[in-house]
Ligand binder design. Structure first.
Ligand SMILES: [Zn+2]
Length: 519
């Protein structure tokens, strides 16, 4: 951010400017991380220690500085004002207190109300540029608005006139709020959703404008575009690939881009959160039992792994694929490509032979099992080509996780030998990296290894993992309330529970990886 020409400011001018920066930081009643970066900059250009401690005192006490009119070169004044305007929106929020302080400092610098008003409004539009937008239709009014404070119950927007209490409002969320270069005429919208005016308040420095809160009058669904605002991570797509129409209303599908072969159409399905009832097996692997509400049932385990139809690269994580044009792979995709096609060829051929059934949303059990073979092969290859030891371990761990899910599917498909072979492979892989894992992963892996050892009646070997957990914090160094402390408690309890039930959690006693009495 461009500072005014500090070099040519007098000591008094610098001090005035630094005080105004401190004032803007505390104006909204709290100092934000980004705002404090500005403060560091301001302190750097001050001449002496007294001035610095005066500025720090302003921020600490949170009281506004006492400023008076400043006579300064108009170009400098303009740059100072511009700087303050940017600082005003630095915390991604614009409160009326901040506007009030901005207007005050601006007046001291000799600017008219008209100019100041233009200034903060353009700072506000900068702030609002990335916010979701929508068309509002109520009565004869049809207007584009910025959507703020969107949650499951409703949203807030600014309007240049008041609305009747409880009036019906129809909202159409714009599809394109993230893509900048779209002309008005091409703009696409989601399906209309019926809403109702809830309340409104007049805006202080924005004459005749109101902040209106509206509540949703119908259940928000995928086609309204609201879920996409609430949970962007789950809905982000590469603009080229776009969405996939799904048959099941519990799924969202989108085409992702493959880093390995540049194929822009890797179908990836996400399950709507909390839409299914799940049950965890004795190793903590969930299986999908039933729909939790009105949405279509989906055995998501079968389609969790997405595979590139061209090169077979497979993963259950969106991050392993390219979603936005600016995304870069977090692994060496060139190195990965070497020898990959030879390695994956037999598995990929099987997937390609199943065609649409494998790459769609309705895999059968055989295809589901195949998807985990592909994912395990992907992570194994990733581990082999990775040179960073931490990332290598992570790839091995993810391969183990794929084998665990597959073992549950295998067991339910009455292929016990294969399921147990998976468990043994998992032990082998995880034991090779166990020592070097970090918390909290090491605690999770410790529990899993313990559970598998108990399952195979290998008590002697199991004991060492119990010991590891017991000795994890013998000196009580972990601070109560920290994440690691909580993780240790939870995982210690899991080990203890497994130990208490060690007689029934064995291969001999179990027909599958579930205790039948909790069915
Ligand atoms: Zn590919």
């Amino acid at each position: 951010m461009q500072l005014p020409d500090i070099e040519h400011m007098s000591s008094a001018e610098k001090n005035w400017f630094a005080s105004s920066i401190a004032g803007m930081i505390v104006a909204d009643g709290r100092a934000d991380e980004t705002e404090l970066e500005f403060l560091k900059e301001a302190i750097n250009f001050l001449d002496n220690k007294d001035e610095i401690s005066k500025i720090m005192a302003i921020v600490k006490s949170g009281t506004l500085p006492e400023l008076g009119p400043l006579e300064i070169d108009s170009k400098q004044a303009f740059l100072m004002l511009k700087y303050l305007a940017q600082l005003m929106v630095a915390d991604s929020d614009l409160s009326s207190k901040e506007i009030e302080f901005f207007l005050l400092t601006g007046k001291f610098l000799g600017f008219s109300n008209g100019i100041l008003s233009k200034f903060w409004k353009s700072a506000r539009s900068l702030l609002e540029r990335d916010l979701p937008q929508g068309m509002i239709q109520t009565g004869k009014l049809n207007v584009k608005v910025i959507l703020t404070n969107v949650d499951e119950s409703g949203f807030t927007f600014r309007l240049n006139k008041p609305l009747m209490p409880k009036v019906k409002i129809m909202l159409q969320v714009s599809k394109s709020h993230q893509s900048v270069d779209q002309s008005e005429s091409e703009e696409e919208f989601w399906m209309v959703i019926a809403c109702k005016m809830f309340n409104q308040r007049q805006l202080k420095y924005d004459d005749g404008c109101y902040m209106v809160r509206a509540t949703f009058e119908q259940k928000i669904a995928f086609e309204h575009g609201v879920l996409q605002i609430l949970d962007p991570e789950n809905y982000a797509v590469v603009s080229k690939g776009g969405y996939i129409e799904t048959k099941k209303n519990s799924l969202h599908g989108s085409n992702l881009h493959c880093y390995i072969c540049d194929n822009p159409e890797v179908p990836f399905y996400v399950l709507q959160s909390k839409s299914m009832k799940t049950k965890s097996n004795i190793f903590g692997i969930p299986s999908y039992i039933d729909s939790a509400g009105a949405l279509d049932f989906c055995n998501y385990s079968l389609i969790d792994v997405a595979s590139c139809p061209k090169c077979g690269f497979s993963s259950n994580h969106k991050d392993d694929f390219k979603r936005l044009e600016t995304d870069k792979p977090h692994f060496d995709s060139e190195k990965f490509s070497k020898e990959w096609s030879d390695k994956v060829a037999p598995l990929l051929k099987k997937a390609q032979d199943s065609g649409e059934k494998y790459f769609g949303e309705e895999r059968d059990i055989e295809q589901g099992l195949l998807s985990y073979d592909l994912a395990a092969a992907t992570f194994e290859h990733l581990a082999n080509v990775e040179t960073d030891v931490r990332l290598k371990r992570e790839a091995i761990r993810r391969k183990a996780s794929m084998l665990m899910v597959q073992s549950e599917l295998l067991m339910e498909n009455e292929d016990r030998d294969h399921a147990e072979a998976n468990l043994k492979k998992v032990v082998e892989d995880l034991e090779s990296i166990f020592e070097s894992l970090e918390s909290p992963v090491i605690l999770h892996v410790c529990v899993l290894l313990f559970q598998i050892k108990i399952y195979f009646n290998d008590l002697q070997s199991a004991a060492q993992y119990m010991k590891f957990m017991d000795n994890y914090d013998t000196e009580g160094k972990l601070e109560e309330g920290t994440e690691e402390y909580k993780e240790l408690n939870v995982n210690s309890a899991k080990i203890k529970a497994t130990f208490d039930d060690r007689e029934i959690l064995t291969k001999e006693n179990l027909k599958h990886f579930h205790l039948d009495d909790d069915e």
